[in-house]
Design a protein around this ligand. Sequence first.
Ligand SMILES: [Zn+2]
Length: 114
Amino acid sequence: MGLLTFILATSIAVLPPHKYDRPFHGNLVITEHQNILEQCGWHVACMRGPYRDFRGVFCEISIPKQGETIYSLNYSKWYGKVDWWWTKQFIKHERGHCNGWPGYHPNQRLVKRK
Ligand SMILES: [Zn+2]
């Protein structure tokens, strides 16, 4: 399962290599949560899948609500206010896991906010 690591406080996102940074071929379900740290076991975003059921192939992504300020205390510390830029990075990261990027984040790309 893809647990998320966004490191180095507020301005650097960990993104998957390009081969995993693409649309998910299936049903991508993205849910915003007010209590994301509880939802994701102290990670600031997380995913489940891909899995198949009678409806097709699914991947579910949980991300924090925009406007929330989050202090994550786990090893992958993240602190900051969630805005649209972060929402995009969280989705790209987790969608990478939906596309098969392993949970230990090989060949990650660190993207600095401009
Ligand atoms: Zn991850």
